[in-house]
Design a protein around this ligand. Structure first.
Ligand code: GDP
Ligand code: MG
Length: 441
């Protein structure tokens, strides 16, 4: 995808504004890219429609060219759909917290049970693994091995008692967990190779018997286009609260993540990335977005463009400051706002020629301070901003009232401004003019 997008985007790069035709052309490529990543067709259609709408409504950015802007929109939208922030496991008010795993055979439920148990144990919980897959001959044994590796307890029917009843086992396990002080119960269930009624009925029966706090739908990332029908079937047949994506260590591009999320609206909570117990992590929407679109290079490009733009703005401001035109409170405010827009103050000052001396002063200012400073300056009259010496006691009181701060804060700002102004004067006398040796530190 990267290559293809790059070529489309380079053809767009020189234009000032994104036309409908440009958006359509870009969206055609994005559509193909998503299909290549195995996102289901219906989901792709919806997604692309959303992108088009946003691209048309978007303000034209000064920092990015239209093409870059579209990529940014695509990436942002993808991250948003994939869930924004990670959702955490919900614990029951009264233990044990019951977590039930559901999914097709081979999706990775039993492996996940072990991973989750270890993860919980590492956080100080005392999980119990429950073997409710009594279908496959080796399933109980497989879970016991997992439990051993995770160093947690396992609850399983006695061997040799014939085929057990998974619903009864599930029910008994909760009692057992209470007696043995396990605070989390992880119930591993049987899967089938395909969706069938029997499987759904058994899972639903187990669910009804134990009222889980979380039902997690476990889905193999390699499943691709089938993710939609599988997720839908489990949603209808059992219902689930969260999704775990497995086998992300494979070469699947992860389209299943977008499909499942889009179709069920349930958050993807965990990612499984291998056969070892430690191959397990919370799900990160931003990483997954990058993987689905496979556009790391382009995103880097956008970051660079944004940074260059910010640097140019900073240089422009610095030039103004030292041009001898006088440094007013309006400039001060503008400078503050620029600082805010550019992110962490610490990173900024290095970009501003001659501004190193202000670093310490500005380092003490955080975003909330900036809001207050802006409010104070905006409560001043234009005359006061141009000629801050005018700001006497009664004016300070008025400004304080207008901006909802104390008089002391207004005075503090005025003092700080005069200090900055002094610094500007020194700089304009040659200490920090861009291009002059010794200006930077
Ligand atoms: P279940 O039938 O849903 O219980 O699935 P299993 O936990 O038995 O896993 C099926 C197969 O997939 C096993 O061979 C696992 O070792 C393997 N597996 C599970 N999760 C992952 C994963 O994240 N990455 C890889 N590479 N293999 C996995
Ligand atoms: Mg299993």
């Amino acid at each position: 995808l990267s290559d293809r997008l790059t070529s489309v985007f380079s053809s767009l790069r020189s234009k000032g504004r994104l036309s409908d035709a440009d958006i359509d052309a870009t969206c055609r490529e994005i559509r193909i890219a998503l299909l290549e990543a195995d996102v289901a067709l219906a989901v792709v259609k919806d997604f692309v429609a959303r992108i088009k709408e946003r691209a048309r409504g978007a303000e034209v950015s000064q920092a990015l060219n239209p093409a870059q802007q579209v990529v940014k929109i695509v990436n942002d939208e993808l991250i948003e759909i994939l869930g924004g922030e990670t959702r955490r496991l919900r614990y029951a008010k009264t233990p044990p917290t019951v977590v039930m795993l559901a999914g097709l055979q081979g999706s990775g439920k039993t492996t996940l049970a072990g991973k989750l148990a270890k993860w919980l144990r590492d956080q100080g919980h005392a999980p119990l693994l429950v073997a409710c897959d009594l279908q496959r001959p080796n399933a109980v044994q497989q879970l016991s091995v997992m439990a051993e590796r995770a160093e947690v307890a396992v609850f399983a029917p006695e061997p040799g008692n014939g085929v057990g009843d998974p619903v009864a086992v599930a029910r008994q396990s909760i009692e057992h967990a209470r007696r043995q002080q396990h605070d989390v119960v992880i119930v591993d269930t049987a899967g089938r190779l395909g969706i069938d009624q029997e499987l759904m009925r058994q899972a639903a029966d187990i669910r009804d018997a134990i009222s889980p706090d979380e039902v997690l739908f476990v889905v193999d990332a390699m499943i691709g286009q089938d993710a939609v029908s599988t997720a839908q079937a489990f949603m209808d047949g059992v219902g689930f609260d969260g999704v775990v994506l497995t086998k992300l260590d494979g070469d699947a591009r992860g389209g299943a993540a977008l499909s499942v999320r889009h179709v069920t609206g349930r958050p993807i909570m965990f990612a499984s990335t291998g056969e070892k117990l430690a191959d397990f992590d919370a799900f990160h929407p931003d990483r997954m977005a990058g993987r689905i679109l496979d556009m790391g290079d382009i995103l880097t490009l956008i970051e660079q463009a944004q940074k260059t733009f910010d640097e140019q703005e900073a240089a422009k401001m610095a030039e103004k400051l030292v041009s001898g035109d006088g440094f007013t409170l309006d400039d001060f405010l503008e400078q503050m706002m620029m600082v805010r827009k550019m992110g962490p103050i610490k990173n900024l000052l290095g970009m501003m020629p001659g501004m190193g001396q202000m670093r310490d002063q500005l380092n003490q200012v955080d975003d909330r301070d900036l809001d207050r400073i802006a409010a104070i300056i905006r409560s001043m009259t234009p005359g006061e901003r141009q000629e801050p010496k005018l700001i006497n006691g009664s004016r300070r009181a008025r400004i304080a009232k207008g901006s909802g701060v104390t008089v002391t804060e207004v005075s503090g700002l005025v003092v700080r401004f005069f200090e900055a102004q002094k610094m500007m004067k020194r700089m304009s006398q040659g200490m920090g003019i861009p291009g002059m040796p010794g200006g930077r530190n």
